[in-house]
Write a protein that binds this ligand. Sequence first.
Ligand code: HEM
Length: 144
Amino acid sequence: MSRVLHAGVGPPEWTRHNGTVTTFYEEIGGFETFRRIVAKFYEGVAEDAVLRPMYPEEDLGPAEERFLHFLIQYWGGPTTYSERRGHPRLRMRHAPFAVTPEAKEHWLRHFRAGLDEVQLTPEQDQRFWDYVNHAAQFMVNTLE
Ligand code: HEM
């Protein structure tokens, strides 16, 4: 669980790829891949009767950008997220919202659609999917 607690501030996620050491961020295609995942995810959120009312801002654009830069940073890309927002402290930042098991299921459904959009290799997909499943479970803060 500490990987989630310290999400985005630890060392980059180094991986081996084609004989060179790189980050998972680069391995899966860098900014454009992350942008597409998050764009698809937010298309789902925008239409979701459980999730949409939880987002405080009328315009989902700024939330989309925060999430995009968080994920990029977590997987070893540029640290724009922390330059703008400081330490992620994700569980604390979610405390104002009632993250129920139902909200988590909806959230993960849209993230799944985001990952499907970019067609990673099975190993890459599994790695990303495992991470968001653990992180989403960690964010649940109420049963109702
Ligand atoms: C489990 C279901 C989840 C729900 C219902 C949820 C909901 C929300 C809401 C309502 C916000 C505020 C939007 C904004 O103004 O930025 C937010 C912010 C955010 N969420 Fe989640 N979230 C969930 C899971 C996750 C997970 C698993 C991650 C990371 C992998 C994550 C990362 C973020 C980030 C980075 C922000 C912006 C934090 C900031 O800098 O203010 N969320 N989330």
